[in-house]
Write a protein that binds this ligand. Structure first.
Ligand code: G6P
Length: 367
């Protein structure tokens, strides 16, 4: 049942393998596969008129919020701020009259996110939460909630709840885009189709477990690891780094590939694996040239890409893992899976307590 590990060694491994089912369940909740339309619960604000959205969360949920920000700005043309809750709550930001806030949380109990919600409410923002636990404080106290359908998540480091958050935020971005007349029915169909392909492509990614395990064997001996991505893949690079830090205790940083030249490039030598998220798409060439710079300085490039992106990377990367093709819009969801899987395998190789990493808690209900 939901509380057992089944045939898996750790809850985290079990939960990683639940990605396809969880993504399917969550997407089915908010989009219709026949009409290719998004159906969201009633929102507490009028998307056509909302002047600005503030997104806030902690940990991996914050990284999901950052992807959400890219999507909402791109598809709905609504300005979005994204801030970690522990900063937002003390920053006293000027908030737009009639503005809205989107909180993202697996547990719905994180103290900093709850405190940020209180502040946002005091500032008369309408509050929408994206939460996995329907009976949680956050779900109860928000003006409206869009639930992720991830089921119970036991592993302390979030996995399936994170991709479910992305799935919900993707649907939300499409819904907002439509309400603002930024998207045509045709656009909506293209985007929802890309999303609907994610669950079975996620299953294909999981079939590449052996390759990712082999990559983990190379990463496990590193002292520092750099994850790079651009656009909506940048927060996924940060998720890869966060997950690796959390469960394997290896120092890792997630960086916007174009920003590498302003700092992290100084760290690069032949001891530092550079994990690149570089699918084909409008930013492919830009990321590729950042990676070439890293490679020219001795960096060991380990790239995740797709069939179209592979030949360019194969010229200089030490390892290229070819993931299934998926629409550009859905790439962040699919690429989250191998970076989480990589962290899992590295942690297993290092013999850490994967499900209960030191100093971390599943739900941080104190400040
Ligand atoms: C803890 C967990 C993380 C999680 C974060 C936010 O730090 O270890 O995996 O992302 O809390 O939790 P929430 O329940 O608000 O998503």
């Amino acid at each position: 049942a939901a509380t057992g590990k089944g045939n898996y060694r750790h809850f985290m491994e079990k939960e990683l393998h639940e990605h396809p089912a969880v993504l399917g369940d969550t997407l089915r909740q908010y989009l219709d596969p026949r009409t290719l339309e998004v159906n969201l619960p009633r929102l507490p604000f009028d998307p056509a008129r909302v002047p600005r959205i503030t997104m806030t969360a902690c940990g991996s949920a914050f990284l999901a919020a950052q992807v959400g920000r890219y999507w909402i700005e791109q598809l709905a043309r609504i300005p979005v701020d994204a801030d970690v809750a522990s900063e937002l709550r003390y920053r006293d930001p000027p908030l737009a009259e009639g503005g809205a806030a989107i909180l993202v949380s697996q547990s719905g109990e994180t103290a900093d996110t709850m405190a940020a919600m209180k502040l946002l409410r005091e500032k008369q923002q309408s509050i929408l939460s994206v939460v996995n636990v329907p009976e949680s404080s956050m779900a109860r106290e928000s003006d409206a909630t869009v639930l992720t359908v991830a089921g119970p998540e036991i592993g302390v480091a979030s996995t399936k709840a994170f991709t479910a958050q992305l799935a919900v935020l993707a649907c939300l971005a499409i819904g907002l885009g439509r309400a603002r007349r930024e998207l045509t029915t045709l656009d909506e169909g293209v985007l929802t189709k890309a999303l609907l392909e994610v669950p079975h492509k996620a299953a294909e990614v999981l079939e590449q477990d052996a390759q990712i395990k082999a990559l983990a064997a190379e990463v496990a001996s590193a002292r520092d690891v750099l994850f790079l991505g651009r656009g909506a893949l940048f927060p996924i690079a940060m998720e890869g780094a966060l997950k690796l830090k959390e469960i394997s205790y290896i120092h890792a940083e997630g960086y916007a590939a174009g920003e590498m030249k302003h700092g992290p490039i100084a760290l690069i030598d032949n001891q530092v694996p550079v994990i690149a998220l570089c699918p084909s798409g409008p930013l492919y060439e830009k990321t590729l040239s950042n990676l070439q710079e890293a490679s020219a300085r001795g960096g060991r490039i380990m790239a995740f890409t797709d069939a179209a992106g592979a030949p360019g990377l194969a010229r200089f990367a030490e390892r290229v893992i070819v993931l299934p093709e998926v629409g550009v819009f859905a790439q962040p969801i699919l690429y989250a899976i191998p970076v989480q899987l990589l962290a899992y395998h590295v942690a297993v190789l290092k013999g850490t307590d994967v499900d209960q990493p030191r100093n971390l808690a599943k739900s941080v209900t104190v400040e």
